[in-house]
Design a binder for this molecule. Structure first.
Ligand code: OFO
Length: 170
């Protein structure tokens, strides 16, 4: 059984992970629409990862007999005006999600809910990696993506990214 405040925050996080998946799907579609299929693929993998994260939160709640409440998922509502913009928005979004995970961690810490802290450890690490990945991509876009040949090569590289199902041994 989980503390009700923790349950509430975990439910909120489920919604945020599904929204992340939806947001990145919108970004993926934007790139496919513009024939940047490598960027489309990169965000497509991101979409799958976020969906998997939501399912991990669901599994943790199921394992701890907590009530799962699925809320509506907001519509991604950004109109992109440059190829760089989704990358900047993705970076901002990852910072927001890191803060969201840290908030749950902070409450779990106050409540001495060591089990939830241990579960969240993986996400804290994952967020660090995701922030760095998107930040690197932003920087590499600034270096190479503003010239047609560089953009083509970057797009070709991003086409090789594949999805790996995360396993936390829950
Ligand atoms: Fe769910 O991993 Fe970042 O946002």
């Amino acid at each position: 059984m989980l503390n009700s405040k923790i349950s509430e925050l975990l439910n909120r996080q489920i919604n945020r992970e599904f929204y992340s998946s939806y947001l990145y799907l919108d970004m993926s579609n934007y790139y496919y629409d513009n024939s940047l299929n490598g960027f489309g693929n990169w965000f497509g993998v991101q979409t799958q990862e976020e969906y998997a994260h939501a399912m991990l939160f669901i599994q943790y709640m199921q394992n701890n007999d907590a009530k799962i409440i699925l809320d509506s998922i907001a519509k991604p509502d950004i109109t992109y005006t440059s190829f760089k913009q989704p990358l900047d928005e993705a970076y901002k979004h990852e910072l927001f999600i890191s803060q969201s995970i840290n908030e749950i961690y902070g409450v779990a810490y106050e409540l001495k809910d060591f089990k939830t802290m241990q579960f969240l450890d993986w996400f804290v690490k994952e967020q660090g990696e995701e922030e760095k990945n998107v930040d690197d991509l932003c920087k590499r876009f600034d270096l190479f993506g503003t010239d047609a040949k560089g953009l083509y090569l970057l797009d070709t590289e991003l086409a090789s990214r594949t999805f790996t199902q995360p396993s936390l041994g829950l």
